[in-house]
Ligand binder design. Structure first.
Ligand SMILES: [Zn+2]
Length: 356
């Protein structure tokens, strides 16, 4: 066998093979099981030791060389050993590993603080029934508060029959019952109270809620809430104040001041709005962009759980009492990182996301 001739022919053929199909045909012809070279290598077994020693290394060297050239042609297009140099000083290809979204970071911060205070973390469905989203929260069908939550109602015939989890609660959905994208995460508090025995303290861990909003710098149709609930025989509004203030000290830093202002929410009585001292200017800059010069930021709503809500989950309001609260996670994140447009969170703009 003329190794040199075989090599010249093979390399000339490889030079002509310009696409994957012709390169594969080349591989079968020169390196395949039935190629001349392979047949020759196999036939060596029947040769004398002397012949093996003389021809074996040559044949194997040729095989190695052809394999190398073939891989070079496949990987690098055309393989030219005279010009090809592997430059170890060339920078490699950088792989981006990615990281958590700012809203996830803030949610985890918040949850970490509440878990350290002994709160349980609960989650629930994003598609909710009108019962859990409104009725059980002291917002019956006639209640004006339903109007203020621009609800996205769902037309889902397959959900008009009872859901599996209603078995835990004994609640039967009537035929033709209405479903919606939850407008707040409060339904999870109801579900939690139905399935746990007080005393307890819980926060809602996955707080997406949806409203049919016209979007602007401060409003999105998807908002992220973080709600919590604490029920016991002696949980008072003083407990509320102390727990929430502890949370803000953990989240914004030890100096943050907190104020409670009377407000109205259908599921609490009394209800309060909670404001914290501006983290940007601490109330000392009239031109502050974060607080608009007011010195205070409205960050949460809260209050003592309404007796009607306790009755809806079969708890005796004469025995049990407690508080509920809700933060806008987006608002807290905007305050903490001085972000001026809520729409950036879901914009998918990497220039924004990479800053966290
Ligand atoms: Zn300020």
């Amino acid at each position: 066998m003329n190794f040199e001739l075989l090599k010249q022919t093979a390399l000339a053929d490889l030079e002509k093979a310009s696409d994957d199909v012709s390169r594969e045909a080349w591989r079968v012809k020169y390196l395949g099981r039935k190629s001349d070279l392979s047949l020759f290598l196999r036939s060596l077994a029947e040769k004398t030791d002397q012949e093996k020693r003389a021809l074996g290394p040559q044949a194997n060297a040729l095989r190695k060389e052809l394999e190398l050239r073939f891989h070079g042609a496949v990987v690098g297009g055309r393989y030219r050993p005279e010009t090809f140099r592997f430059d170890v000083t060339q920078p490699g290809v950088k792989h981006e590993t990615g990281h958590l979204h700012p809203l996830t970071l803030v949610s985890r911060d918040i949850l970490r603080i509440f878990v350290s205070m002994g709160f349980d973390v609960a989650t629930g469905p994003e598609i909710e029934s009108a019962y859990y989203n409104f009725d059980a929260l002291n917002i019956p069908a006639w209640h004006p508060a339903r109007e203020t939550m621009d609800t996205m109602w769902l037309d889902l015939p397959e959900l008009q029959k009872p859901l599996p989890e209603r078995g835990q609660t004994g609640y039967q959905y009537p035929a033709g019952y209405k479903f919606l994208l939850r407008t707040h995460t409060s339904p999870i508090q109801i579900r939690y109270m139905e399935t746990h025995k007080p005393p307890f303290r819980m926060v809602v861990g996955d707080g997406r809620a949806f409203r049919n909003e016209a979007t602007d710098a401060r409003h999105e149709f998807q908002l992220n809430q973080l709600e919590g609930l604490m029920i016991g025989t002696d949980v008072s509004i003083a407990t509320l104040r102390s727990v929430i203030h502890d949370f803000f000290r953990g989240f914004f830093g030890p100096d943050v001041a907190m104020r409670m202002v009377p407000s109205y929410y259908p599921f609490v009585e009394p209800g309060v709005d909670i404001t914290v001292s501006c983290v940007g200017c601490k109330g000392k800059n009239r031109a502050c962009k974060i607080c608009g010069g007011l010195g205070w930021l409205e960050v949460a709503g809260a209050g003592m759980v309404h007796p009607n809500v306790l009755k809806a989950v079969a708890l005796d309001p004469k025995k049990w009492q407690g508080f509920a609260f809700g933060f806008g996670v987006d608002r807290l994140a905007m305050t903490k990182y001085a972000i001026d447009d809520i729409r950036l969170f879901m914009s998918g703009d990497e220039r924004f996301i990479r800053q966290f």
